[in-house]
Design a protein around this ligand. Structure first.
Ligand code: FMN
Length: 389
């Protein structure tokens, strides 16, 4: 007898696009509710800047029934709107508007989110642009998004999701939002800085601390939310790779997961093919921590560029051409390197001057595959061992 209590369900048909309708992915995972939106698959594709996840990746993910996320940071750089420094902030807004529109067209009915980092200078402008242009969800980390509700107050359908790494931060956000804005988060992303890619929400000396384990923090946050009587879904991020990881963390209380590194090696990822190639044939030891000029540690691939940063043997682009960060060691103290330049170069496939962010699962990428293949594998109906086909 099958003793799996979860009922497999066939979600409503996926929306059609230019490539024609695809059969919906059949799953026994529960759907994910975030505010007024429901994703058929409880998977959020993590925002990846600069322009690693734009409309192409986000719409491919949303079309299959998961949540596709456009990273808003510095989107204007590789856009027709950017020519020189003074264009930067206006170009970011116009490019984000375009990307949301393109994602919507390619994934009608899908859930489209925008990632807005608190640490960037135009955080407020990006969040307002996302909300005003129909983002279903705004996901916001790299700092505590304490004012986010103010930026989206006229768009009640836009769900707001802070990224935190501790129960303390989740508690603080709930209290502040409730007190100052009269609303609560629509979900939390709980990100483990010991495994996630990109800028990390912990100091370098704190990395490796088991206090950040998702199996510990997720139940803590769930207990706090339940204790307060809040029905807020919690999504686990950092180091999630396969269905075993998803099942394990959902058993610990998560309502879904956010995954980023796994989506880099997809045909639809918006980065240059050479960016994706850097993720193949790697060893776990190729993942290192680099000090970002943002004053945060970042997790990245150990490339020749990172070695130059570590050895301080430099020859980096140092001129500030975008004023992109609120706090920047490159702009303010003439130290380290320009993060916008390094991430933009990586997106274009430049292995000499590019910085390639990655999570600790780097070495598990084996091939470039379609998004649909990744999601089908992650969500396939599971039978208990030894039962049927
Ligand atoms: C290439 C890359 C770029 C990223 N850029 C961002 C970003 O712009 N904003 C953000 O909040 N998180 C960013 N992240 C973090 C991811 O959204 C995600 O939460 C994290 O990497 C999850 O861990 P995983 O990569 O092990 O799945 C980035 C991660 C990667 C790998």
């Amino acid at each position: 007898m099958i003793d799996d209590t979860r009922e497999p369900h066939t979600p409503p048909a996926a929306p059609t696009d230019a490539a024609g309708p695809a059969d919906p992915i059949v799953t026994d995972l529960p759907p994910l509710r975030i505010g007024r939106h429901v994703a058929r698959l409880p998977i959020v594709q993590g925002g990846m800047g600069i322009r690693i996840s734009a409309s192409r990746l986000a719409s491919a993910v949303a079309r299959e029934g998961a949540v596709g996320v456009i990273a808003s940071v510095a989107l204007g750089l590789n856009s027709p709107y950017y020519h020189k420094k003074k264009d930067y902030f206006a170009a970011n807004k116009l490019a984000l508007k375009d990307e949301i529109e393109m994602a919507r067209k390619a994934a009608p009915g899908g859930v489209i989110g925008v990632n807005c980092m608190v640490a960037i200078t135009d955080h407020e402008a990006m969040a307002r642009t996302a909300a005003e242009n129909g983002a279903d969800v705004i996901i916001s980390g790299a700092g505590l998004p304490l004012n986010l509700p103010a930026y989206a107050k006229d768009q009640p359908d836009c769900a707001l999701v802070p990224i935190v790494s501790t129960a303390k931060a989740a508690r603080l956000i709930c209290r502040r939002w409730d007190h100052a804005h009269g609303r609560l988060p629509d979900a939390f992303v709980v990100e483990n800085p010991n495994t996630a890619g990109g800028h990390l929400g912990a100091r370098r000396q704190e990395l490796g601390n088991p206090e950040y384990d998702l199996e510990k923090v997720i139940p803590e946050i769930c207990a706090y939310l339940t204790g307060e009587g809040y029905d807020i879904p919690v999504l686990a991020a950092g180091g999630i790779w396969n269905r075993d990881d998803i099942d394990r963390i959902m058993a610990a209380g998560a309502s879904g997961v956010q995954m980023a590194t796994r989506f880099v090696c997809t045909h639809e990822c918006d980065a240059d093919d050479n960016f994706k190639a850097q993720f193949l044939h790697r060893a776990p030891s190729d993942v290192v921590i680099v000090d970002s000029p943002a004053g945060l540690p970042g997790r990245a691939i150990a490339t020749e560029f990172v070695r130059r940063v570590e050895d301080q043997t430099g020859d980096f682009a140092m001129q500030c051409f975008a004023n992109c960060l609120r706090k920047c060691l490159c702009r303010d103290d003439k130290e380290t390197f320009c993060i916008a330049h390094a991430l933009d170069r990586a997106q274009r496939g430049d292995t000499h001057d590019g910085l390639f962010f990655t999570g600790t699962n780097l070495a598990r990428s084996e091939a470039i595959v379609p998004v649909r293949e990744v999601l089908t594998e992650l969500c396939a109906v599971r039978r208990p061992a030894g039962v049927g086909a």
